[in-house]
Design a protein around this ligand. Structure first.
Ligand SMILES: [Zn+2]
Length: 156
């Protein structure tokens, strides 16, 4: 029987797992593990067999579980330590460039003072920002101030 909600506590954080071992641990299908990898579960690069670190697996499952409970609202960033979305301290966040169209919103959790990260698509920044005061890096300053027509605009 496949379990819909694998228990992160079954994962031993000091060992690594093959995909096969993960399927046995939780009684789930290979494709489920592949899906997790597609959704961001880190694996060892280019090694055979592919290995998943226990601590990565546990963190991934915990984050996923909490996300299912309550998704981030606009203006919120997920705090890994509190395991809940929080509005960052002072409603302030920095935008960090990852690729041309992807970035991270980085803020500080007002409860535990951890750094919080939220992956955002630059074109959707206005939808997720809520009441956040976002500091844009120098290279993108103009975007924070006005809509940028060259980025995948639906204004026609
Ligand atoms: Zn926190």
């Amino acid at each position: 029987m496949a379990k819909r909600h694998p228990n992160p506590r079954l994962v031993k954080i000091h060992r690594s797992y093959t995909v096969e071992e993960v399927t046995k641990l939780f009684g789930i299908h290979r494709n489920t593990v592949r899906e997790w990898i597609k959704r961001g579960l880190p694996t060892s690069d280019n090694k055979r067999p592919m290995l998943i670190l226990g601590r990565d697996l546990r963190a991934f499952l915990q984050a996923r579980r909490a996300k299912n409970k309550r998704p981030c609202q606009p203006g919120e960033i997920y705090c890994v330590r509190c395991r809940a979305p929080k509005a960052p301290a002072g409603d302030m966040a920095d935008y960090q460039i990852v690729t041309e169209t992807l970035g991270n919103l980085i803020g500080i959790c007002p409860f535990c003072e951890s750094m919080m990260y939220r992956r955002v698509n630059l074109t959707k920044l206005e939808q997720v920002r809520g009441k956040l005061d976002i500091t844009m890096p120098q290279a993108l300053r103009h975007i924070g101030e006005s809509a940028q027509p060259s980025v995948n605009s639906d204004l026609r």
